[in-house]
Design a protein around this ligand. Structure first.
Ligand SMILES: [Zn+2]
Length: 292
């Protein structure tokens, strides 16, 4: 007979829900499972009693006990890495970003769980199960040597590295969230401005050059602006040209924009351009203007 006490502030229903997934496996060992719950202040204590239904030989019994302990370790690991981690992230994000809506909290928590894989170099990649496997092994060892397993205590003292990485992932995803929101507001302002501008020219040809420099022509291939050559030589030159180009588009408000030499366009700037001017832009694959 196995007797294990599990202390936790987890809800009885949450514990059962995870435990239920492993019941079919436990049934293979013909055991009766009793879970007694006692409560001390806010802490729950689940006492698991696993007793064989029929008499089994002593050596078989000890083999069964080991197998059952492995299953219990899996239950606990699944709880810690799943439900408990998720709840921990939700609590943290609510505290750190109280002004956000529920869907935004969930969006950040989901992103954090994705970040966790990257920043730990895959060590905490829960999908690959390698960390899950390691945790199961450690919990198994622990419950083989102790009859009491305190879930929160174990997490706090033995999984501090894991929680530090979880916190780091959360910080990154919060930062990313606000950065994205700022970007969307910026694009919205530029788009609204463009929508309200009077059209000065119908078609704008942009001839991109390396380093972000460009030449602008109108529909009659007449020069509108020339930002090529080496007239400006300060650091961060590319960004300066990006600003000038966006400024020119906003001022001219062309109905159609044809961009030549697309390969000279940096990816982040192409995304910004497309987000701001939308359908107005198209890319040339080779024409008389390009070849001049
Ligand atoms: Zn062209």
């Amino acid at each position: 007979m196995l007797n294990l006490n599990i202390g936790s502030n987890m809800a009885y229903s949450a514990f059962w829900q995870i435990f239920a997934d492993f019941l079919p496996e436990l049934c293979n060992y013909n055991v009766n499972i009793q879970i007694k719950k006692s409560t001390f202040s806010k802490h729950n204590l689940f006492t698991l009693l696993l007793q064989p239904e029929n008499e089994v030989q002593a050596d078989k019994q000890s083999y069964y006990d080991e197998e059952i302990k492995i299953i219990i370790a899996q239950v606990l690991a699944k709880y810690i890495l799943g439900y408990q981690s998720w709840q921990w992230l939700i609590r943290k994000v609510k505290k750190e970003c109280p002004e956000l809506a529920k869907e935004e909290w969930l969006q950040i928590v989901y992103a954090a769980s994705q970040w966790l894989k990257g920043i730990s170099n895959g060590e905490y990649d829960l999908i690959s199960n390698s960390f899950n496997y390691k945790l199961c092994k450690n919990i198994y060892k622990y419950i083989s040597e102790n009859t009491m397993f305190d879930v929160e205590g174990y997490s706090r003292f033995r999984l501090s590295d894991y929680y530090a990485k979880l916190q780091e992932s959360l910080n990154i995803s919060i930062e990313e969230f606000y950065w994205q929101r700022e970007y969307e507001e910026f694009v919205w302002v530029l788009k609204s401005f463009l929508a309200n501008q009077k059209e000065i020219i119908k078609v704008l040809h942009i001839l991109m050059q390396a380093d972000g420099q460009f030449v602008l022509l109108d529909e009659n291939k007449q020069l509108v602006r020339d930002e090529s050559g080496d007239s400006v030589t300060i650091d961060g030159i590319a960004n300066l040209y990006d600003d000038v180009l966006i400024g020119s588009i906003l001022a001219l408000a062309p109905a159609k924009i044809i961009l030549h030499h697309r390969h000279c366009l940096k990816r982040h700037f192409r995304e910004l351009l497309e987000d701001v001017v939308g359908e107005r832009i198209s890319y040339c694959n080779g024409c008389d203007i390009c070849r001049v």
